[in-house]
Design a binder for this molecule. Structure first.
Ligand code: AMP
Length: 201
């Protein structure tokens, strides 16, 4: 019996732990975790043409234009390692990107398996972001820029969940607890969607 491919999104406000959980879940499923934020940061660090193009926008905590972001994601999803499934972290981030992703997947006769919504109270996400700022020194983790990113999340990203809720593919997960507890919650939700236990190691 073949295991259905896992095509997953992980969505949550900054500081919800979606990067950490996304990587753990993708590793458990043997699929690539694809983080647009990480891809942009790598491009900036490597001073590539893409990096130079997006640096200012990212430093301000604003969104990179959809056309550019969706092109980066399409290219990444076309690589062979994403053929059997993927986990997208940080994309789509607004309704325009939802349409771009739909168009791409429809062309390939694919659809999303689950949208993991990681919820944490605002105080907790701000505390985690402040800690990350101290530990990693990200240029977009200052207090003012964090506030801008959280505003954008509420205004532009949270509405994408309504679209996916209508499709009945959202798994809302409590993002407070130990790393292992949260990973187990997600994995149980994915098993309930038919991803078999041996795929979910
Ligand atoms: P993240 O690590 O997901 O918080 O992303 C860091 C920054 O990269 C964001 O604040 C945006 O400036 C940019 N970025 C990441 N993903 C996207 C996206 N899907 N659309 C637009 N901008 C993005």
């Amino acid at each position: 019996m073949t295991t259905p491919s896992a095509r997953l999104l992980i969505v949550g406000p900054q500081g919800s732990g979606k990067g950490t959980q996304g990587a753990r879940i993708a590793a458990a499923l043997g699929i690539p975790a694809i983080s647009t934020g990480d891809m942009f940061r790598a491009a900036i660090a490597g001073k590539t043409p893409l990096g130079l193009q997006v640096q200012e926008v990212i430093d301000a905590g604003d969104l990179v234009p959809d056309e550019l972001t969706s092109a980066v994601v399409r290219e990444r999803l076309s690589e062979t390692d994403a053929a059997g499934g993927f986990l997208l972290d940080g994309y789509p981030r607004n309704l325009g990107q939802v349409s771009d992703l739909d168009a791409f997947l429809t062309d390939r006769d694919e659809e999303l398996t689950s949208v993991i919504e990681l919820s944490v109270p605002r105080d907790e996400s701000i505390a985690r972001l402040t800690l990350r700022a101290q530990q990693q020194g990200r240029t977009d983790d200052t207090e003012e820029i964090i506030a801008n990113r959280l505003r954008i999340y509420e205004r532009e990203t949270a509405p994408i969940l309504d679209v996916y809720r209508e499709r009945n593919i959202v798994d809302a997960i409590d993002g407070v607890g130990t790393l292992d507890d949260i990973t187990s919650r997600v994995i149980s939700a994915l098993q309930a969607r038919g991803l078999s236990a041996d795929a979910v190691r």
